[in-house]
Design a protein around this ligand. Structure first.
Ligand SMILES: *[C@@H]1O[C@H](CO)[C@@H](O)[C@H](O)[C@H]1NC(C)=O
Ligand SMILES: *[C@@H]1O[C@H](CO)[C@@H](O)[C@H](O)[C@H]1NC(C)=O
Ligand SMILES: *[C@@H]1O[C@H](CO)[C@@H](O)[C@H](O)[C@H]1NC(C)=O
Ligand SMILES: *[C@@H]1O[C@H](CO)[C@@H](O)[C@H](O)[C@H]1NC(C)=O
Ligand SMILES: *[C@@H]1O[C@H](CO)[C@@H](O)[C@H](O)[C@H]1NC(C)=O
Ligand SMILES: *[C@@H]1O[C@H](CO)[C@@H](O)[C@H](O)[C@H]1NC(C)=O
Ligand SMILES: *[C@@H]1O[C@H](CO)[C@@H](O)[C@H](O)[C@H]1NC(C)=O
Ligand SMILES: *[C@@H]1O[C@H](CO)[C@@H](O)[C@H](O)[C@H]1NC(C)=O
Ligand SMILES: *[C@@H]1O[C@H](CO)[C@@H](O)[C@H](O)[C@H]1NC(C)=O
Ligand SMILES: *[C@@H]1O[C@H](CO)[C@@H](O)[C@H](O)[C@H]1NC(C)=O
Ligand SMILES: *[C@@H]1O[C@H](CO)[C@@H](O)[C@H](O)[C@H]1NC(C)=O
Ligand SMILES: *[C@@H]1O[C@H](CO)[C@@H](O)[C@H](O)[C@H]1NC(C)=O
Length: 705
């Protein structure tokens, strides 16, 4: 018996035996009609069972009635509801609040619910509702609707415009995270004096910010980030002086920001990811309530005005990737005691780190990388005990020994990136460097540092990422490396390291874990374009397990034990002095995507079992002394001939040197299943290494920056 029949039976039964309850009979039938349109019924079974159990609908789950037994609220968020929203709900003439958020409802939103004579709060956010929203076709302007939340659905088409002129009670509209197109309407405040919040972010709105918003004298929050809005901030906007929260990130806005200071109630300002230019006005200091200032990824130039220090409530200043110049010391940071985030990465700031910063004792995130700062790290840095993230990379800082001795006292530090400084200094070997025991990420790359890999690193027991590439470090890889239980991303490339590849490296716990890495793990594929400090804690997880020893002076053979590093995604041993054969055990590295053994002195045949590495998509053994047939099955059918160049004794139908029939590798066609796997893989790989534009570009310069 399907639910509809059941409902009918119940309905008939209820005529016979319903006691005189407080529920109005007509409304009970309306609710049952609503229930019946949810489908398929068995998925809504729990709710149905609860409602079926009792005839008095005022006692049903999610239903609230007034004293007269009229339904006033339907609160059914997160009930796993599917199917359509019945327009019959508009017959509940006392219904003032309808909350169906966080379900899986589909179909359209019945216009009768927006233009209902009673509904004040309508929340259908986080469903799968779609289609276009129609303009209302009525002359009445008395609709009681105050709050409309249709966020995170699948709505398309132009956003209604004239409709809002008729809504004199509107307070908040949230249409974020849909696919609305066209212009932002200007009509919200034509008849409503109480309109306070508008959220249109994550849509496809285009055109300019309309004049008319300035009439919204009660508007406190305006969000329209992640659209395609262009033009300048209109003068009219600056009449909306109640605005506390103004957020337009990732649009195509341009012009200057000088009038923003008229919005003297601003608490949060985000204009990041646009094309704003010009200077930050001196008058910025008038924004006394400002807590967050985000203007990253624009073309803003000039100095940071000293008056910024008058915004004494600032907790976050994010100016990444602009054209700021001048000495930071102009700003007296000691007037900003609440500052937690200071991100000035990728600008042209000069001078030294301003001494006044050391009184911001709540500072947790400090990024000054990619500027032109110089000098030594002052001892006062020790006062910034809350710091968890510090990046000073790619400036002109000097005295790495002093810097590490100062930074070691920051017990809460988890990420330290100081690469691209300290040119040609010697890495301190000093055993007294201790205290960085919470460090998870350490980058001292691109410094041309000399010396050995220092033993104080062995005390960083929580280390996950170690970046020492592009230095001139010498000596062997220390055996204690296997005692770093969380280390999983090691880049020692382009140094002068010598000795054999130690077997201790093949005992690193994170790289051995033979739990097959889940290649569909979204964390892996969401290659980080870390611009937002809030992403800081997700970093280490997002990195692949990698070992890069390329471009050193390692000698000896590739140890057979290398096959134990089953978790590795990328292994690079290129440009060393390795000889001997490629160990058969390499075919145990089932997760490998990148294998680069090029430019060594390897001999012997390519193990045919390497063709079983299904994820391998970047393979390079060029410039060795390998011989015999190149496997042509599996992933090998996809590698370019350049992968094998410079091995005159290799043969393959694809290479100049053809195999004679005795040595010929068997030809096989790719079975369909395998082919599909490959396509899937190619996409995954593209996301993994492509979106990341390889670590060196995005990750290293943006995040490790
Ligand atoms: C129906 O009512 C009975 C008795 O009142 C109760 O034990 C049962 O849990 C109810 N079922 C639902 C689904 O509410
Ligand atoms: C609707 O319910 C959800 C979940 O309980 C809640 O987060 C949301 O604030 C409610 N909506 C309104 C407008 O009250
Ligand atoms: C929908 O938006 C309204 C108004 O902004 C808000 O009160 C409500 O909490 C939101 N609902 C959810 C589920 O976030
Ligand atoms: C709108 O809804 C989104 C969730 O989809 C939420 O994150 C946002 O805070 C809401 N905006 C307002 C103004 O309530
Ligand atoms: C947008 O909506 C989708 C689907 O409901 C949801 O998974 C996602 O988290 C939402 N995004 C934001 C930024 O709220
Ligand atoms: C954004 O708008 C510009 C015009 O302002 C247009 O040329 C461009 O195609 C739009 N981009 C998208 C993704 O809609
Ligand atoms: C900033 O504060 C100083 C005093 O602390 C004052 O002299 C100056 O006028 C203020 N500037 C602005 C723009 O408020
Ligand atoms: C910075 O401000 C603090 C506190 O307001 C003050 O004591 C100090 O003298 C100022 N420093 C400079 C260089 O103006
Ligand atoms: C630092 O933050 C804490 C908690 O957020 C706050 O109580 C304290 O006043 C802040 N310190 C300063 C100097 O503002
Ligand atoms: C260091 O981190 C711990 C744990 O997160 C926290 O309780 C403590 O307050 C932090 N110390 C400082 C000085 O911020
Ligand atoms: C480097 O810094 C340390 C500690 O601050 C200091 O003792 C030492 O003199 C500095 N070295 C140079 C060359 O300036
Ligand atoms: C190798 O590192 C040195 C610094 O030690 C640097 O000058 C050089 O450009 C690096 N080579 C490559 C290929 O990155």
């Amino acid at each position: 018996m399907n639910f509809f029949h059941l409902a009918l039976v119940l309905l008939l039964l209820s005529f016979i035996c319903a006691p005189v309850g407080s529920c109005i009979e007509q409304e009970r039938l309306t609710l049952l009609r609503f229930l019946a349109e949810l489908s398929p019924p068995h998925d809504n079974g729990q709710l149905a069972a609860s409602w079926r159990n009792r005839t008095d609908c005022c006692t049903w789950e999610g239903i609230i009635c007034d004293v007269d037994g009229a339904v006033t609220e339907i609160l059914l968020a997160s009930r796993g509801l599917e199917g359509r929203i019945s327009s019959s709900l508009s017959e509940l003439t006392s219904l003032s609040r309808l909350n169906l958020s966080y379900n899986s409802l589909s179909g359209g939103l019945p216009p009768e619910l927006i233009f209902s004579g009673s509904i004040v709060v309508l929340d259908v956010s986080f469903n799968r509702l779609g289609g276009e929203l129609q303009e209302v076709d009525s002359s009445s302007s008395d609709w009681p609707l105050q709050v409309l939340n249709i966020s995170s659905n699948l709505f398309t088409g132009a956003f209604p415009s004239t409709t809002w002129e008729k809504m004199s009670n509107l307070v908040a509209i949230n249409a974020s995270n849909n696919s609305f197109t066209g212009h932002i309407p200007s009509s919200f405040c034509i008849s409503s004096l109480s309109f306070a919040a508008l959220d249109l972010c994550y849509n496809q709105f285009s055109g300019e910010i309309p004049a008319g918003i300035g009439k919204c004298s009660a508007l406190r929050m305006l969000k329209a980030g992640h659209n395609n809005i262009s033009g300048a901030l209109p003068d009219d906007l600056f009449h909306a002086t109640s605005l506390e929260y103004l957020s337009f990130p990732n649009n195509g806005l341009q012009g200057t920001i000088k009038l923003v200071i008229k919005l003297s109630n601003l608490v949060f300002l985000d204009l990041g990811g646009n094309s704003f230019s010009g200077k930050v006005p001196e008058s910025i200091g008038e924004l006394k309530k400002l807590e967050e200032l985000r203007m990253d990824h624009n073309y803003i130039s000039g100095e940071l005005p000293s008056t910024l220090a008058n915004c004494t409530n600032l907790a976050a200043i994010v100016l990444v990737s602009n054209k700021f110049t001048g000495d930071l010391a102009k700003v007296n940071f000691s007037n900003l005691p609440n500052l937690k985030t200071l991100d000035l990465c990728t600008n042209y700031f000069t001078g030294t780190i301003p001494a006044s910063i050391y009184s911001c004792s709540n500072l947790t995130w400090l990024r000054l990388s990619f500027n032109k700062l110089h000098g030594q790290l002052p001892e006062e840095t020790e006062k910034l005990k809350s710091l968890t993230f510090v990046s000073l990379s790619y400036n002109y800082f000097t005295n790495i020994t002093g810097a590490l001795h100062i930074l070691k006292s920051l017990r809460n530090l988890t990420t330290l990136l100081i690469g691209g400084n300290f040119m040609h200094e010697t890495i301190p070997q000093d055993e007294t460097i201790h205290g960085l025991e919470n460090l998870q990420v350490l980058g001292i790359n691109d410094c041309a540092l000399t010396g050995k890999i220092p033993s104080w690193l062995s005390k960083l027991k929580k280390l996950e990422l170690l970046l020492l590439y592009n230095n001139q470090l010498s000596g062997p890889i220390p055996t204690w490396i296997k005692s770093l239980n969380y280390l999983k991303y090691v880049d020692l490339s382009n140094n002068s390291l010598t000795g054999e590849i130690p077997t201790s490296l093949t005992e690193m716990p994170m790289l051995r874990s033979d739990k097959i890495a889940d290649h569909s793990d979204p964390r892996l594929f969401r290659m980080p374009v870390f611009v937002a400090p809030s992403l800081e804690y997700h970093t280490a997880n997002a990195f692949p397990k990698m070992l890069n020893l390329g471009n050193n002076k390692f000698s000896g053979v590739i140890p057979m034990e290398i096959g134990q590093l089953k978790a590795l995604l990328s292994l690079n041993l290129s440009f060393n002095n390795l000889h001997g054969e490629i160990p058969q055990s390499a075919s145990n590295l089932k997760n490998l995507m990148v294998l680069d053994l090029s430019s060594n002195h390897l001999t012997g045949a390519i193990p045919s079992s390497l063709a079983n590495l299904h994820f391998l998509s970047n393979f390079n053994i060029s410039y060795n002394d390998l011989e015999g047939p190149v496997p042509i099955t599996g992933q090998f059918s996809t590698f370019p001939t350049s992968s094998f160049a410079g091995n005159p004794k290799l043969c393959s139908p694809m290479l100049l040197h053809r195999c004679n029939s005795a040595g010929a590798a068997p030809v096989s066609t790719i079975p369909t299943k395998q082919y599909i796997d490959k396509v899937v893989f190619a996409i995954a790989f593209g996301m993994f290494f492509g979106v990341g534009v390889l670590y060196d570009q995005i990750v290293v310069s943006r995040f490790f920056g």
